[in-house]
Every structure is written in C-alpha cells, then in structure tokens.
Design a protein around this ligand. Structure first.
Ligand code: SF4
Ligand code: FES
Length: 256
C-alpha cells in the first residue's frame, strides 16, 4: 500500500510548526498505525532526516500514552480504538492522511505529535486517590459493593488518560476525563470519606489548568477509545454541586 502523509513537524514548543508531506510506499495492511510510522522513521533516519516524534508505550491500548489526530479525528476512524491498536487494513491504497498533535491550551506542544499532558497528572494529584490508611490488601468481598456501582466504577476506571476527549472537544474541556476519575472512586465505599472534597479539588484543578468548560457537545464520548459515557460528567457535576452547597451550608437534595 502507498499513502500520502501530511505530518505536523515542530522542533520544540518555541519553534514554528508546519505540515510536511511524505510519500510512504512500504505500508503493509497488517501493520499497526504506529508500526507504519516506525517504518517511515527508519527511512527518515537512513536518509539523515529527523524521525517523527510520537508518544507510545504499551502499544496494547492500555497505557494512554499514544494519541494524535488522523484527518481531524482523535485516534483515527475506528471507534473505541487507540491509535496503537488501529491497523492499516482500515485504510485504502492511495489514501491521504493528515496527522496532527492534540491541540489544547492545557496541552502545550513538545515536539511533532507529542504534547505535554502533565495537566492530567496534576488533576489526579488534586484528588484522584483514596488517602485513608488501608493497611495490607483486604480479602476479596470483605467490603460489599452493590453490583450496579461496581460495574459503573469499573467502566469509569477504564479511562487511560490519553487526552483524546480534550483534543476532540471544541472547548478543550477535560470533563470526560475528570468525570471518569471522580466517578470511579466516588461510586465505591472506599471513596466516600473524601467524596465531596475530591470533587471540589479536582474540578478546581481543571479550572486552574486552563481547560475549557463542558457544554454537552459529546465529541469526547464519540472519540474516547475506552467508550467512557457522558454520564460520568453528570455524576461529577452532581458531586461538585452537592459539595459546594454543603460547604455553604445550604440544604440540598440531589437525586443520584
Ligand atoms: S475519558 Fe476517554 S478519551 Fe478521555 S482521557 Fe479517558 S480514555 Fe482518553
Ligand atoms: S501505546 Fe499504550 S495505549 Fe497506545
């Protein structure tokens, strides 16, 4: 297969970036998208050119390191699929592809297709953990968890922190990511003691990191490789409202 690739090249965050065109003639349909770029990079290195920088680690869809836009779609055309799990058989001989990094003020460029997503780490540091002393690992089923909550928490915990939701959102909002991280702890018994403080702190950090506000567009859910549902945003908003009203001493009743 042959592909025409237009790839965003940018030396560092202080340099101007631009699209550079490459004719890639050694694409095998069995390659993953990242393997296709590996082959391109081998050619570039052999010719004395700089290889294209892109983030990756597990290449199994579980670590959240990979991700860029392919023809304007975060992680490319296959739903529920990270770019490392996307295979070239989903493309046609002669296709023209435009590869760009995530674009969001909170994700400054590092190089080529790599952006700095440490804003997500700081959101997790603000409350994405359970800080009570827990001792050694308890036996399974010692703490009963309602089946419905266990399932919903597990679904939310599937978020791999890739940032596609932010890149796809016209507001560059981090609501799906933050909602997933808040939900997966706030649905479990272990998450209850810090439930309200967690919502307040993590949402405050989101604002501090210059992410935009959610206006319920839903692009995030459409591109999320782990198919995290918009409900996590509603759950985050309910917990945040409950926490702020409780802080102010207002009497409240919000349905779960
Ligand atoms: S919610 Fe989905 S798109 Fe957003 S960071 Fe998590 S896995 Fe990636
Ligand atoms: S490289 Fe780990 S999810 Fe893609």
């Amino acid at each position: 297969m042959k592909l025409t690739l237009h790839i965003w090249r940018q030396k560092d965050s202080n340099s101007e970036g631009r699209m550079v065109k490459y004719e890639h003639t050694k694409v095998n349909p069995h390659m993953s998208f990242l393997e296709m770029l590996d082959v391109l990079n081998e050619e570039l290195i052999a010719n004395g050119d700089e290889p294209v920088a892109f983030d990756h680690d597990c290449r199994e869809g579980i670590c959240g390191m990979c991700g860029f836009m392919i023809n304007g779609v975060a992680h490319g055309p296959e739903r529920g699929t990270t770019v490392c799990q996307l295979h070239m058989r989903h493309f046609k001989d002669g296709d023209v592809l435009y590869l760009e990094p995530w674009r969001a003020k909170a994700f400054p460029p590092v190089r080529d297709l790599v952006v700095d997503r440490s804003a997500f780490d700081r959101i997790i540091s603000a409350g994405g953990y359970v800080s009570v002393p827990t001792g050694s690992a308890p036996d399974g089923n010692v703490i009963p968890v309602p089946k419905k909550n266990a399932d919903l928490a597990m679904d939310a915990a599937a978020c791999i922190g890739c940032g596609a939701c932010v890149a796809a959102c016209p507001n560059a909002a981090a609501a799906l990511f933050t909602g997933a991280k808040i939900s997966h702890l706030n649905l479990l018994p272990q998450g209850q003691p810090e439930r309200h403080q967690r919502a307040l702190n993590m949402v405050a950090q989101v604002k501090h990191e210059l992410f935009g506000s959610c206006t319920n567009i839903g692009e995030c859910e459409a591109v999320c490789p782990k198919e995290i549902k918009l409900e996590v945003i509603a759950r985050m908003n309910r917990d945040y409202l409950r926490a702020s009203w409780t802080e102010r001493g207002d009497a409240i009743r919000i349905e779960e």
